[in-house]
Design a protein around this ligand. Structure first.
Ligand SMILES: Cc1cc2nc3c(=O)[nH]c(=O)nc-3n(C[C@H](O)[C@H](O)[C@H](O)COP(=O)(O)O)c2cc1C
Length: 214
């Protein structure tokens, strides 16, 4: 477990702190759950499921922060290997990942919520993951041992036809490679923004995933 977290006061960059924890003593320990939403639709289906994960985590005492990757300036990895040089802790690119690296390092659990675009993760989600390269080094990756939750939304009802299976395989491989632990995956089909709310079983699953991540 990382150090105890004070309830977040961040309001910029699409961050949503857990208001339930704002009045508590900052020394109270709450596992920190970082949620990254890779859809441009703030009320879309992956965001709706992510909100439900946040509600579950919050109900179990987690301190949750949600980041909308689409609102952030996240450049692609430039493969310069600057992050592998001793003087740099994280990536050398000065963009909004510099806000997210400390969050990733200190998170007890991370949730990735992505729509399926062209049979895999959205570009916003993939850019974010590529930049995790900056968290690696001789002693492995800073995300090793952390709990992960995965949320996916897609249009085609069949996860094979939709490409959701490709995204799941990618995440299994990537998270396995960095020695992170997948706690659960919640995925389902919907098209119109927020339509996924009608899938009560999936909403319950998302809430439960949040509880398990704490
Ligand atoms: C650019 C783009 C590409 C898409 N590609 C796929 C796809 O390959 N497979 C699929 O099932 N749905 C695809 N969809 C549909 C979305 O995955 C679906 O509407 C999903 O619910 C969107 O999630 P969101 O509301 O979180 O953005 C695509 C949508 C867009 C805008």
């Amino acid at each position: 477990m990382s150090k105890p977290h004070a309830p977040s006061t961040a309001t910029k960059h699409g961050v949503i702190p857990n208001p339930a924890l704002q009045k508590e003593n900052p020394s109270d320990f709450h596992p920190y759950i970082m949620i990254a939403v890779g859809s441009p639709r703030k009320k879309g289906n992956s965001a709706t499921l992510a909100k439900q994960v946040a509600a579950g985590a919050g109900s179990a005492g987690g301190n949750v922060e949600t980041f909308f990757l689409h609102d952030l300036n996240i450049k692609p990895c430039s493969a310069c290997d600057g992050c592998r040089k001793k003087k740099h802790v994280d990536c050398v690119i000065q963009d909004d990942m510099q806000l997210l690296y400390p969050k990733l390092r200190s998170a007890d659990a991370v949730v990735l919520a992505s729509p399926i675009y062209w049979f895999t993760l959205s570009a916003q989600t993939k850019l974010f993951i590529d930049r995790w390269y900056g968290l690696g080094g001789d002693s492995g990756y800073a995300l090793a041992g952390k709990k992960f939750g995965i949320v996916l939304a897609y249009a085609d009802v069949d996860p094979f036809v939709s490409g959701a299976v490709n995204a799941l395989h990618t995440l299994q491989d990537a998270l396995g490679f960095i020695d992170a632990k997948i706690v659960g995956m919640v995925y389902g089909s919907a098209t119109k923004a927020g339509e996924i709310k009608q899938n009560k079983d999936l909403m319950d699953e998302a809430f439960e995933l949040g509880r398990k991540l704490v």
